[in-house]
Design a protein around this ligand. Structure first.
Ligand code: ZN
Length: 270
């Protein structure tokens, strides 16, 4: 049973959940990698139940196992009712590699702007959070920020959902689905018990990524099964002029991608 969005932060600070503009019948999920949808499947289901046409785009190519990863994501999305023709693997189509989105931010932004025009008015865009976890996630967020700065999403509510972050931790330690305070006020999307279990069970639906999910599966159990919610925060274009948080981002510790490289990729163009 899906819950409605519930305000849990200071209500006066949550002014950004806009009413759905008339005629906006789409919801768009901007993801970096095939399997990122595992962190937001109940939101996709909620949009479908709300009568929206759900589009999902992946901005990187999924790496050497791209075809297998795409098939896994299409299977997961298909099970909840997303039509395969509304899923675009832009990263593979355009040659934007897994781990290398920071080199293609401008091209990806231009591609997404064209897609949005073809799609029609979007009620909501959901994007991977700016949290210093994976650099492709932060760059995806930066791309949505660039569209906002260009005024292309004036009537669209843009929301970020957390995947993983190493804020306040060291080495390979991370937190899963945990919003960082630097991203501001938050909303909670509560999950019913069966819905939460179903969402968490999906973490086993990516056998090609077992090395990743052997860590993320247990790490996401608390959010899905104990907290039973997905937390959302506003997309604020000003955020990409700053580091996601103090300290060394997880992507720098784990993947050796410097913070400055990502900041340079997502910073506003003059
Ligand atoms: Zn990812």
């Amino acid at each position: 049973m899906s819950g409605a969005l519930v305000k849990t932060s200071d209500e006066s600070s949550v002014t950004w959940l806009q009413a759905t503009p008339p005629g906006a019948f789409c919801a768009l999920f901007v993801l970096a990698h095939p399997d990122d949808e595992a962190f937001c499947l109940p939101l996709i289901t909620a949009e479908l139940r709300g009568g929206r046409t759900v589009h999902v785009v992946y901005l990187t190519d999924g790496g050497p196992r791209a075809a297998i990863r795409e098939a896994e994501s299409l299977r997961v999305l298909g099970r909840i009712g997303v039509s395969p023709e509304r899923v675009r693997f832009a990263g593979r189509e355009q040659g934007w590699p897994d781990g290398g989105l920071f080199r293609h931010v401008d091209a990806a932004k231009a591609w997404l702007a064209r897609e949005l025009t073809a799609m029609g008015p979007c009620a909501r865009i959901y994007v991977t959070a700016y949290e210093g976890g994976h650099h492709d996630h932060d760059c995806s967020y930066g791309i949505v920020c660039a569209l906002l700065r260009d005024g292309l999403l004036a009537e669209t509510t843009c929301l970020q959902f957390p995947l993983y972050t190493g804020r306040g931790l060291s080495g390979a330690l991370f937190r899963c689905m945990s919003p960082i305070p630097e991203n501001g006020a938050h909303l909670v999307y509560p999950l019913g018990a069966r819905e939460a279990l179903s969402a968490w069970s999906t973490t086993t639906a990516y056998p090609s990524q077992w090395k990743t999910w052997i860590a993320l599966g247990p790490a996401s159990a608390w959010a899905f099964l104990a907290r039973r919610s997905i937390v959302l925060q506003h997309v604020d274009p000003a955020r990409v002029t700053q580091a996601p948080h103090q300290g060394v981002p997880y992507y720098e510790r784990r993947f050796k991608i410097p913070l400055q490289t990502v900041l340079e990729a997502v910073k506003p163009r003059s």
